[in-house]
Design a protein around this ligand. Sequence first.
Ligand code: ZN
Length: 300
Amino acid sequence: MLLNILFSFFSILSIKSDISPAFTFSNETDYLSRYKNLLIDIREEKISPIEAEMEFKSIMRFLKEEFPNSEKYRADQEIVFPLIKSSISAVGGKGRGFYDRKYNMFDHAVTGSHPAHDIFIFDPDHDCIDNRKNEYVDVVSVSHGIVLAVEKDWTDSSDYRGGNYVWVYDFERGGLWYYAHERKVVVVPGQIVQPGNKLGEVGRTGFNALNKRSDTHLHLMFLELDETFYPWPVNYYEWLKNAEFLTKSTKAEILKRDILKINRIRPKSLKRIETKQYNLKVDYKKKTEIALDLPRKRRR
Ligand SMILES: [Zn+2]
């Protein structure tokens, strides 16, 4: 048994050394930069899908503990519609634009799914100004949450898909919202947002959104976390139908205190996170994570 463990451990080490540049698990307890680095590592394929999944789960575990669902934020609470002065008819394909087959957040090479809804503005001349409203359209947070990561500096020469984006960890639902293709982002990582707080403006940033055939829209995905912290896309079209439609956005407050608080997470004692392919041990004292490929024989 012990030999098995050692063997598995060293075989994982040797797999890791084949990846160049080698990915090392972050020593940082600042999970905002860990999350952003993870997104970049996935996009640039610097990290294997299994390593990406482990790092993701480790960050999500922190978040779930730091922001447990409370009575104040009920999971069945309705969301706010993500676009200002909009309507349910702005959702692409009457909600049929969602297909999540083959979606894998951790493997950039897997494409062809659209686990999201596209919510359009009326912009035939592609200048991002809604021609019926004669203004840019605000993207607002649909729920209470914390901004995990943003991209603000997308340019025409960037080849990544999401363009300027915002990731928000949802306090009510314990999942993640991904708002993509924005022309402008106005929040920063660590900011606490309320429903209706402005995140940015609908735009055409991102590899596909820039395409002439594509109409200007917000790409919005929600990922639910299961008990192993694995992210599953949710078709939230029914939520959109029942959403509150706003005519004006509000400004998110900057609460420095909260940013500091979440940046300084105390190391936790050794815990085991169950996963599908392997068992993951996280030693928060040494801040290392060791994968043991022993899914069959579990010791109590
Ligand atoms: Zn989309």
